[in-house]
Structure formats: structure tokens, C-alpha cells
Design a protein around this ligand. Structure first.
Ligand code: SF4
Length: 214
């Protein structure tokens, strides 16, 4: 990334953190993926319970790898541990009671509104209600000008890329843009717009200068 781009992203992030504060959310800016990981784990007391949603961004900062190495330091609620439908259902239930829940977002507007579109809805459910703390790690590549721009980003970037990643049979996985589908594999089932946080200290947003996810 050029130095100009780095400065522009930092300048924008500083403004966004002020907007997040008005929305009762804590904002932080990290230049690099490494710093983002350090910030994310800095919130965690020893032996707290932790869960997370599927996230390329968390993967890219090394969060999953860190948790594998430090699994004895926390109570990790692993959503992939369940084999049967009932076991998976039980794990998702436990995730909603976690002390800390980690995720990214599909987009965030320049004035701090967080926008997510989910297929199964487990991730947005935990964002809305349940875990005591939610930490979002969001690359500055996901900043949108406004809500309309954020939703367009989902239909043009996040949806087509995520359906390829998850090997979903949707129009966008073949054409690269949204066809407003109603297919069985559709990952655009629940649109959640987070514009304010009522529970003090619950939502923390780590904005990251390096690109993360899609
Ligand atoms: S609505 Fe369907 S086609 Fe559009 S982005 Fe979502 S999954 Fe893809």
C-alpha cells in the first residue's frame, strides 16, 4: 500500500472512531494485521469464553491460528466441534452466551453504521443479542460511503466472493454480481444494520489499515 493511501485510511478511521463513539461503540485503529490481532486479544481475560463467526478477516489477522495455540488459556466454543444437527444447535446456543464473540462485517459506512448480510443468521444473531462483548475486526477496504453503497458492496463484492468460498450454487458465484436470487444456497437472507449500541462497552470495532476479507 502506498504511503498516501495509508495516511488517507488513517485520517478516515479517526473520523469514523468519533462517529462510533456517538453510536456508543468503541472504535480502534490498527495499521497492520499484526496490530489488529494484538488489539483483539488484548480485551480477553484469562479463561473467558470465546466464540466467533465464519470470517476471512479473522483468519487473515491470524486469530484462528492464535486460538489453536492458546486454546488452554480460554474456554473456546468451537462451532465446528458439533457433528450432528443437535450438537451444532447446542454449540450455536452456547455461542450466544459467550463472554466474547468475534466477527467481521460485510461493510461499515463512513459514519459508523455496521452492515451485515447473513445466510444462516448465527453471526448476526450474536451481534444483536447474547454475548457480553462483540469485537468486530474490519478492514478499511470495507468502508462504504453510505447505507446504499454498503448494500451494493455486499451484492457486488462480498456475496459473489463468499458464495465461491462456500461453494454455493447461486447466480452471483457464476457471474460475479447479484441477481437478487431466491435460491436454496442464497447467503443473503438476513440484512442487519447496526446503528446504535445500548449496552455500554459491548461492541468494539477494530478498523484495520490493511485490506481484510471481502
Ligand atoms: S442475493 Fe443471491 S445472487 Fe445476490 S449476492 Fe446474495 S446469494 Fe448472490
Amino acid at each position: 500500500m502506498t504511503a498516501y493511501k495509508q495516511i488517507a485510511r488513517k485520517n478516515l478511521a479517526i473520523q469514523m472512531i468519533e462517529h462510533l463513539k456517538k453510536r456508543n461503540m468503541e472504535g480502534y485503529y490498527c495499521e497492520t494485521k499484526k496490530e489488529a490481532l494484538e488489539k483483539a486479544i488484548s480485551f480477553l481475560p484469562s479463561q473467558c469464553s470465546i466464540s466467533w463467526g465464519g470470517s476471512e478477516s479473522l483468519n487473515e489477522i491470524g486469530f484462528m491460528d492464535y486460538m489453536k495455540v492458546h486454546k488452554d488459556d480460554y474456554q473456546i466454543i468451537d462451532r465446528f466441534a458439533g457433528k450432528t444437527v443437535e450438537e451444532k444447535r447446542e454449540i450455536y446456543g452456547k455461542s450466544t452466551m459467550a463472554d466474547y464473540y468475534f466477527m467481521s462485517a460485510n461493510a461499515i459506512t463512513k459514519d459508523g453504521i455496521i452492515v451485515n448480510m447473513d445466510g444462516s443468521g448465527n453471526r448476526v444473531a450474536c451481534l444483536c443479542h447474547g454475548p457480553n462483548h462483540v469485537v468486530l475486526v474490519i478492514g478499511m477496504n470495507k468502508v462504504a460511503y453510505n447505507l446504499e453503497d454498503a448494500i451494493n458492496r455486499i451484492h457486488l463484492v462480498a456475496g459473489p466472493t463468499n458464495t465461491i468460498r462456500q461453494q454455493m450454487n447461486t447466480p452471483c458465484s457464476k457471474t460475479g454480481s447479484c441477481a437478487d436470487c431466491l435460491s436454496k444456497d442464497c447467503i443473503c437472507c438476513n440484512l442487519v444494520i447496526t446503528r446504535y449500541n445500548r449496552q455500554d462497552g459491548r461492541i468494539k470495532v477494530i478498523l484495520t489499515g490493511e485490506d481484510l476479507g471481502f
